[in-house]
Each structure stands twice: as structure tokens, then as C-alpha cells.
Design a binder for this molecule. Structure first.
Ligand SMILES: Cc1cc2nc3c(=O)[nH]c(=O)nc-3n(C[C@H](O)[C@H](O)[C@H](O)COP(=O)(O)O)c2cc1C
Ligand code: SF4
Length: 678
């Protein structure tokens, strides 16, 4: 392990980085009042304790008030940020981890309706598709003011003891200056490449003058916008050389692509089913033409690819952002020769999609990420060993079994199916979403290490559970598709699960009615459209697939738009009647009494699931708590102690979709926060 290329130190100017693994900057949206408080610190400290060399904090920390915090960005334009950043930096430094921060002005990549309601600014009036604000075209005094804001923010970070800063130049203001697509200014800041780069270089020089040489400054920039009229590779290389020749830049972090649309962003930061490390070779090309250390991150999910990036000399430092959200202990596990224990990032992109919906970053299958103050990444041993029965082995059941197993309890799992996975088995029917199976595989491997006993093809009955003489029973039986969505005619429709499981073949002229708005609908839609059928997707909502979210929608749209699928929003399927060989759909709307009738030969309904709860209600009267959960204790992370039946010999709990239809993260969080306390 000592010779592992990933574990070799890297000398960045005066700063010694202890290995080659870093987290590239990413705003997890954990700030409180724009400040990196305890939650923010705990998140970074977890990675630092596990041995990461460098944590690039924030992501898009706002240097100016007219860079409104669209995804709960840090307000580094305020002096009060200094003590908070100092606390975080000191804590990480104590672990030997270097700390930097990404500073930015978002330019047009934000909304005027946030923060102080100032107009957003950009070097052109052109609107960004993703954030939709029409920017003010910058004047000379905007430019002077923002350069000063950058300098002040950099000074604050130096005062807080950080090792350096990264200036963000892709998609944000700096890149809006550089790109011919977003800069319509006249000289001296518009026109030629040198003019377009002038703003960045003036910011750089002004900061350098203030902070001196002993402070690291780098650029994260797009070296190829991959769009007609945008920055080309040749120009990107020229920009890199200009930074190189300035002798003021200490590292470059390479990005390829544009992020002004959901589709563009998804090509820059690929999701599951897209190629791994797609821009690594490109970053290597930039490394070959400059003397500046090169950083890069884009779907380098696993240790082998990270190692390859270093060995092949494509990078000096490997950024693994989402990989660390899935498992913050990657470096520790490499050092301890436990790579197979690393919880894999499956590229579900729940983390990133959530922040663009105003939420905080959460990992689909690590419920402790971002909750370090209350949820453990490492499960400690219980003092009292107990016997637990878990019914069901989908994500909720397996997480319960894993956590109880790691606590040291004796765990028996009953599963009606021949294999574990629950709804994930349906998810992976789409080739593009096959990586989701790692959520199951990783847990099975962990459970095996903790001697969890699995009984497949075993439909749990009351007697069977009681015979195990358990102290704890967890019901994680999941749900079954609910097709009772209509006023009349439910017997004529099929479910998305019927299509996904290939139990029912797609018809020729299909209506897919989706009021759940989750992946199941669009996955079924892909199967139907791929079969050559005519397909209409209808939802009563204002937009379709709201639970799928922005970047996850991209691959679906690429496939469905190609096949002429019709998308109908704001119409509600009321009832269905058999009409000869056709189905007559009565379609209404929540907005008026309008009713229209349309004909299909198949109607597929996606209406969530109903809990599979028979065994729970069978066991409930026999349990000591009658299945009741003390929510206060659950939220506070305390053990469950409710007693409703003194004769009860076991505590009983239900988790995941066996309670109500939710998602994979909710199921796993249910299991972790309950079971860590037994
Ligand atoms: C939750 C989240 C927030 C992010 N925010 C930023 C940001 O503010 N600035 C930035 O340059 N990149 C941001 N990124 C992109 C990451 O730095 C990185 O480029 C991307 O996640 C690809 O690397 P990965 O495949 O290792 O995750 C963000 C990523 C995530 C997951
Ligand atoms: S949500 Fe998905 S992409 Fe994000 S860290 Fe977790 S596994 Fe990786």
C-alpha cells in the first residue's frame, strides 16, 4: 500500500498534500444563514479524519451581494464568515488535510429573486436557460466593484487560515467573460480572447497583490465549451498557457463543456449509465502543455480509475466528489487495504439534483452524508447483543440488516423473492440504471461479513417470525403498485411495474398516466417507446416527472424525444371504459370542468405503491410497542423505549415503503436512524 500512487504526497508550491485524492469544490447547501456552521464543518471533518489530502470547500461561495445564493451558497462577502471558516479550517488542518475554497460571482447563473433582490449581471443581456434571469449587461463600475469584492473575499479566506482559493470560471461570471457566447462587451473586456480574459487576469493580479505568494490560487475553468461559437480546445489551451505564463496561478482544475442547460451540465458531470471519467484524457492533454499542476473531477467513481489518472500522468490531483458523498472514508479504506468495503457511488445524482431544487445534497444510499452531527458513517458495537428479524430485503431491509449486523446483533432476514433487491430489481431492468444494483450488492457483502442469515424464497408468516424468538422485528416488505387511481375502470389499466417486469407487453397506442412523477414512469415509457408503440405520457401536474429532477431527466429526454413521445401536462385521467377493442379514456383537468375522450389500446398507470403490511398487522398485537414509533426519540437519535403491551416479547417497527410510498433514500434513512440505536 505504501507504494500506491494514490497515496504519494504532492508538493503544490510550498504546500505538501499528503496524497493525491481531493474533493473538488461542491456546494452541498448545508450553510445556515450563508455561514459554514457545525453541519458544514462536520461534513468536511469526516473526510479529513479519513485522510483526504485536500478539501476544496464551498463551491460557488459568493463574493458579491449581486451573486445571490441560488443554492444556499456561502456568503463570503460578509466578514462574519471568517470565524466560521477558521473553525472549519483549523479542524481539518488538525487532521493534516489542506483546506481551500472556491470563490465565485455567479453572474447570470442565479436569480434576482434570491438574497437582496439585486439585478443579476453578466457581460451580455443573454439569459441562461437553467436559471432564467435576464441579466443586466455590466458597466465599468460593476466590473471595478466585483474585482474589489473578489479581493476582499480572498483576504477573508487568508485571514481564516485557508491554504488557498480556486477561482471558478465555468458557467459563472468569469467564464461568461471568457466565452464569446456570453460576452457582447466592447473592448477592453470584450472582443479578442485577450480582452475576454482581461477580467479574470485583473482579478488574479489584484488578489495576488493582496495575499502574496504564500497563498495558493488556482482556476477551475472550462478549456473547451464543446459548443459552436464557444471556447474551443485550441482557445482552452491558449487560456491555460496564459495562466501558466502569468506565473501567478498555482493549479488548474480542468472542466470540459457548458453548464447553461440541464443537458450541458449532465455532460460535464455525468450521471449513471454515462461513461466513466469522460474528460480525463482531455484534462491530460492540458497537463501535457503546461507546467501547472492539474486537478480534475468528473465521474472518477472508483479507486482503480483514480489510480489510473495518476499513473498515466493525466492528473496531479484526482477529484472524487460524489464518490466521497457515498463514502467519505475512501482514503482510510485504501490505506487499510479495504477497498472492497468502499460504499460505491452509483451515479444516481440524487445529491446534485436536490440542490437545484432548493434542497441540500443527500446521497441516495448513504443517509449519514450531510447528517454527520446525528448519523454515523461507522456503526459502533452494541453493548447488549439481541436477536433481530428483518422481513424484506429491498434497500430498507438490507440497510436495517447491515446496521443491526454491524452493531453485533444476531440478524435473520426473510425474503419472499429468490433474490434480494426489492424495487431496485425493477429499476435495473433499464440498462442505463444498472449501476443501482450496487446499492444491494454492497449491502449483501457487508451483511455477509457480519454473519447476517438470509432466507430467500421465504414468505414470512407470523409463526415463522415468532419461532425465531426475536427481541426486535423490522418489517421492510415494501409495497405493490397502486393502480386504483381512477374513479371508474381501474380493472382496464396495467401498472408501470407490469411493463418494467415484462409481465405485460407494451400495446401499440399507449397512454402512460403518471401522477407519482418518479423514475418508474419514465423507465416504463422508455420500454414502451423502444417497442415502436405510439406513446403519450400524461400527468395532472404542472410539469412531468418532478421526482426525477433535472439532470436525471436528461437521458430520458434524449431517448424519448427521439421517438416522438407526446408529453401532456395538467390533464387528469378520470375513468376508463372498454370500447370495442379500444379503451376510452375520459380525461379531465383540475383547472375546470372540461372533459375530453381519447382512445388507446393500452393504459399504463403510475400511481405509487401501497404498503405490503399484512405481516406487520399480524404481529402488531403481540409486540411490546404495538408497532408505535416515538418520533421525538427517533429524531433525537435515542433508543425506542415505548411499551404498550407488557406481555409483548419483541419490539416491532415498519420502515420504507411498507409504511408509505417514498424513495430509496427515505427507505435507507428510516432503517439507519432506527437501527443504529438498538
Ligand atoms: C452537490 C454538488 C454540488 C456541486 N457544486 C459545485 C460548485 O459549486 N462548484 C463547482 O465547481 N462544482 C460543483 N460541483 C461539481 C463537482 O465539483 C464535480 O465537478 C462533479 O461532482 C464531478 O465530479 P464527481 O464525479 O467526482 O462527483 C458540485 C457537485 C455536487 C455533487
Ligand atoms: S446520490 Fe448517487 S451520485 Fe450522489 S453520491 Fe450518492 S450514489 Fe453518488
Amino acid at each position: 500500500m505504501k507504494n500506491d500512487p494514490l497515496l504519494q504526497p504532492f508538493q503544490l508550491k510550498h504546500l505538501r498534500l499528503k496524497n493525491r485524492i481531493m474533493t473538488a469544490s461542491h456546494e452541498p447547501a448545508y450553510a445556515e444563514d450563508g455561514m459554514p456552521k457545525e453541519r458544514y464543518l462536520a461534513y468536511h471533518l469526516e473526510r479529513a479524519k479519513a485522510g483526504i489530502a485536500l478539501t476544496m470547500t464551498a463551491g460557488s461561495a459568493a463574493v458579491s451581494k449581486d451573486s445571490p445564493p441560488i443554492f444556499n451558497n456561502l456568503h463570503v462577502y460578509k466578514d462574519e464568515v471568517v470565524p466560521w471558516m477558521k473553525k472549519l479550517t483549523d479542524a481539518c488542518h488538525d487532521q493534516g488535510t489542506a483546506v481551500m475554497i472556491q470563490l465565485t460571482h455567479l453572474g447570470r447563473r442565479t436569480g434576482w429573486w434570491k438574497g437582496d433582490w439585486l439585478p443579476v449581471v453578466s457581460p451580455s443581456h443573454r439569459r441562461e436557460a437553467s436559471h432564467r434571469a435576464f441579466p443586466k449587461k455590466m458597466e465599468d463600475w460593476d466590473i471595478a466593484r466585483i474585482i474589489k469584492d473578489y479581493v476582499d473575499a480572498a483576504e477573508r479566506m487568508k485571514e481564516a487560515g485557508l491554504d488557498g482559493i480556486e477561482l471558478m470560471s465555468y458557467g459563472h461570471l468569469m467564464d461568461q467573460f471568457c466565452s464569446p457566447l456570453t460576452n457582447t462587451l466592447d473592448e477592453p473586456y470584450g472582443g479578442s480572447l485577450n480582452n475576454r480574459l482581461r477580467f479574470n487576469l485583473e482579478v488574479l493580479s489584484a488578489i495576488r497583490k493582496k495575499v502574496g505568494n504564500e497563498f495558493i490560487i488556482g482556476f477551475r475553468f472550462t478549456a473547451d465549451e464543446v459548443e459552436e461559437g464557444g471556447i474551443t480546445t485550441d482557445q482552452g489551451i491558449e487560456i491555460a498557457k496564459i495562466y501558466n505564463d502569468s506565473s501567478q496561478v498555482d493549479f488548474l482544475n480542468i472542466v470540459r463543456g457548458r453548464i447553461d442547460t440541464d443537458a450541458g451540465l449532465t455532460d460535464v458531470i455525468p450521471v449513471m449509465g454515462m461513461p466513466s471519467a469522460p474528460h480525463l484524457d482531455f484534462a491530460g492533454r492540458i497537463r501535457a502543455v503546461t507546467d501547472i499542476p492539474i486537478f480534475h473531477a468528473a465521474k472518477i467513481q472508483d479507486v482503480a480509475t483514480a489510480r489510473h489518472a495518476i499513473v498515466s500522468k493525466k492528473l496531479d490531483m484526482v477529484g472524487m466528489v460524489r464518490a466521497h458523498m457515498a463514502d467519505p472514508h475512501i482514503v482510510r479504506k485504501i490505506v487499510e487495504n479495504r477497498e472492497e468495503d468502499i460504499r460505491p457511488c452509483v451515479g444516481a445524482n440524487y445529491c446534485l439534483d436536490r440542490i437545484y431544487q432548493g434542497g441540500e445534497a443527500l446521497c441516495i444510499h448513504n443517509a449519514a452524508t450531510g447528517r454527520e452531527l446525528t448519523m454515523p458513517h461507522h456503526i459502533s458495537k452494541a453493548k447488549l447483543i439481541r436477536k433481530a428479524v428483518v422481513v424484506g430485503s429491498g434497500p430498507a431491509g438490507l440497510e436495517a440488516a447491515r446496521v443491526l449486523g454491524e452493531r453485533g446483533h444476531q440478524v435473520v432476514v426473510f425474503e419472499a423473492a429468490a433474490q434480494p433487491g426489492g424495487q431496485i430489481l425493477l429499476t435495473v431492468q433499464s440498462k442505463r440504471r444498472a449501476e443501482m444494483i450496487s446499492i444491494i450488492d454492497w449491502r449483501i457483502k457487508q451483511c455477509n461479513a457480519f454473519n447476517v442469515e438470509f432466507n430467500f424464497n421465504t414468505y414470512a408468516e407470523l409463526e415463522m417470525v415468532i419461532n425465531e424468538q426475536p427481541n426486535i422485528v423490522i418489517i421492510a416488505t415494501g409495497g405493490y403498485p397502486d393502480t386504483e387511481a381512477l374513479e371508474k375502470g381501474n380493472q382496464w389499466v396495467v401498472s408501470t411495474w407490469d411493463i418494467l417486469s415484462r409481465t405485460i407487453k407494451p400495446g401499440n397506442n399507449v397512454l402512460l398516466y403518471d401522477d407519482a412523477g418518479d423514475h418508474a414512469a419514465l423507465q416504463a415509457a422508455e420500454i414502451i417507446a423502444d417497442s415502436g408503440a405510439k406513446l403519450e405520457i400524461m400527468t395532472p401536474d404542472r410539469s412531468f416527472a418532478p421526482e426525477v429532477m433535472a439532470m436525471n431527466l436528461v437521458p430520458y429526454m434524449r431517448s424519448l424525444q427521439e421517438k416522438d413521445v407526446i408529453f401532456t401536462v395538467t390533464f387528469r385521467l378520470k375513468s376508463v371504459r372498454k370500447y370495442g377493442r379500444s379503451l376510452r379514456a375520459s380525461i379531465g383537468t383540475d383547472y375546470s370542468d372540461l372533459i375530453k375522450h381519447q382512445y388507446y389500446d393500452q393504459i399504463v398507470v403510475n400511481h405509487g405503491t401501497k404498503p405490503m403490511d399484512e405481516i406487520y398487522f399480524d404481529l402488531k398485537p403481540l409486540s411490546s410497542n404495538h408497532g408505535e414509533v416515538n418520533h421525538e426519540d427517533l429524531i433525537l437519535g435515542k433508543p425506542q423505549n415505548l411499551v404498550r403491551n407488557k406481555n409483548g416479547k419483541f419490539q416491532l417497527f415498519r420502515i420504507g415503503d411498507a409504511v408509505s410510498a417514498r424513495n430509496t433514500h427515505a427507505a435507507i434513512y428510516d432503517a439507519l436512524r432506527l437501527c443504529k440505536n438498538f
